[in-house]
Write a new protein. Sequence first.
Length: 85
Amino acid sequence: MIHYESEVKKAVKKGILPKEIFTRFNNAFIALETTGDLGLFDIKKLKSSEKRTYYRLRKSKYRAIFYIEDNDYYVISIENLIMSL
């Protein structure tokens, strides 16, 4: 299952994150959930804490930060790379 943090949902609702970008990421996470293959997309492992390992999924000028726990995907943020610099 795919879980989105409330900040991601609010960003889509307020129009900060375009719906078409959210849909592209949602489709990517559905594909990841179905196949379990992290090699399908531009995904890199980030530095991780003792509790969990974080990943970055990049789609054009946007990136999503997420982690996997018990075969569920938890999306922490989706942000515009240009705006975050």
